[in-house]
Design a protein around this ligand. Structure first.
Ligand SMILES: NC(=O)c1ccc[n+]([C@@H]2O[C@H](COP(=O)([O-])OP(=O)(O)OC[C@H]3O[C@@H](n4cnc5c(N)ncnc54)[C@H](OP(=O)(O)O)[C@@H]3O)[C@@H](O)[C@H]2O)c1
Length: 286
């Protein structure tokens, strides 16, 4: 594969699911991959003890895991500085770290909504702000933001999650235009339901318990989501889509993963929004 953006990749949220698959797949293609997790060694410790490899392929290409909490500016800066010190630059960033909070809009507290946005939206913003000065200096780079097909649809009881991803998509579009002058590319990847740790890691709005007016409907709806995720494809399909984008000098602004989802996103253009909303409601038992 032609390495248009250099050899160094940062993947946030590489301890499981899509991020882990991306990190291992790219390491297998010969990239120098740094993956992050909130449980990995602090960059300083990693430097002192020799960095732990994690995953990798039969040829021994490993992923270097370092700690990063995307909700902490300090933590993001420490991880990015560490990679810059070791490698002199970061060519590709895959903003993948994320999670979901389920519950009705009414039951979701402002704190819960803010946690959702702090991770999925501001986390992406924090990482981008730290890496861009280095990419601008080199005059090249690729930022891949992992969104979701859900960003395009009004999925009930996932409002804060889909809103955070929709915000990532619009920010990415603006960023893509701002960075044209510097030769830095931005690409949004939209996976559909994928079998990962996401389902088990999903948080629930605290007020959404049995006493909530939404309890029954929200449980039925969330059960559909959980079933679809657990029946979804292995995250390697997303990793391969990301790798294809990396292999292109001019990656598309948006990549939807999977033929079924591509078709859905295409057909959506021809469907009135009220009909779309009705179909989504039916799919999720509302
Ligand atoms: N699975 C799906 O169906 C699906 C569909 C569309 C889009 N996506 C998106 O794909 C991305 C990856 O999710 P996944 O499905 O692979 O879920 P996952 O298996 O739960 O992995 C989530 C990753 O994000 C990391 N993470 C979570 N909060 C973090 C924080 N505050 N700081 C740093 N890292 C954090 C986790 O690392 P640690 O816990 O080790 O820190 C973990 O490595 C997410 O952005 C998700 O929204 C998933």
């Amino acid at each position: 594969m032609k390495k248009h953006y250099g050899n160094v990749v940062l993947v946030t949220g590489a301890s499981s699911g899509i991020g882990k698959s991306c990190a291992e797949y790219l390491a297998g293609l010969g990239f120098r991959v740094y993956g992050t997790s909130r449980k990995a060694p602090e960059p300083r410790e990693a430097a002192a003890h020799g960095v732990d490899g994690n995953g990798g392929d039969a040829a021994g290409n490993t992923v270097t895991m370092i700690r990063m909490d995307v909700c902490s500016e300090e933590s993001v800066k420490a991880a990015v500085d560490y990679i810059i010190d070791r490698e002199g630059g970061i060519g590709i960033v895959i903003n993948n770290a994320g999670m979901g909070i389920a519950g009705s809009v009414e039951d979701t507290s402002t704190e819960e909504a803010m946690l959702q946005f702090d991770t999925n939206f501001f986390g992406v913003h924090r990482v981008i702000r730290q890496v861009l000065p280095h990419m601008r200096k080199k005059g090249r780079g690729l930022i891949v933001n992992i969104s979701s097909v859900g960003a395009l649809f009004p999925i009930p009881f996932q409002s804060m999650y889909v809103a955070s991803k929709a915000a990532v998509e619009l920010m990415s579009g603006s960023l893509r235009n701002e960075l044209r002058q510097f030769g830095i590319k931005v690409c949004v990847v939209e996976p559909g339901d994928t079998k990962t740790g996401f389902t088990g890691n999903r948080l629930f709005a605290e007020a959404g318990g049995e006493s909530s007016a939404y309890y029954q409907k929200s449980r039925e709806s969330i059960a559909v989501m959980e079933r679809d995720e657990m029946n979804g494809p292995d995250p390697i399909v997303v990793a391969k889509a990301v790798a294809r984008a990396i292999g292109r000098k001019n990656p598309p602004a948006f990549i939807t993963v999977g033929m079924g989802y591509k078709l859905l996103v295409f057909l959506r253009r021809f469907v009135p929004r009220s009909l779309e909303s009705f179909v989504v409601a039916r799919m999720y038992k509302c």
